[in-house]
Design a binder for this molecule. Structure first.
Ligand SMILES: [Zn+2]
Ligand SMILES: [Zn+2]
Ligand SMILES: [Zn+2]
Length: 87
């Protein structure tokens, strides 16, 4: 299993919003929330119809997100496509 070489891009971020930033603006709903660990952007997961977390990666190249769901401590690197653990 290959590792992630982007963990140096993880910043000590606070979530900008309590929900997906773009969905809050457009009035859409989401399934799960993902936090960008480079800038604090909150986006919705790939099970949500708008997939804003993935769109945020494509727009910004910020590689690593973390689940914002209570009790979840995993993240994902979009570039390496590996799961990361935050304990
Ligand atoms: Zn990576
Ligand atoms: Zn969204
Ligand atoms: Zn970001």
């Amino acid at each position: 299993m290959k590792g992630c070489t982007h963990t140096n891009q993880i910043q000590n971020v606070e979530p900008h919003t309590r929900g997906c930033e773009e969905c809050l603006r457009s009035g859409d709903s989401w399934v799960h929330l993902r936090l960008c660990l480079s800038c604090g952007h909150v986006g919705c997961c790939d099970s949500s119809k708008n997939k804003h977390a993935t769109k945020h990666f494509h727009a910004t190249q910020h590689p690593i997100m973390k689940s914002l769901e209570p009790g979840d401590d995993w993240g994902w690197c979009y570039i390496d496509e590996v799961e990361l653990e935050f304990v």
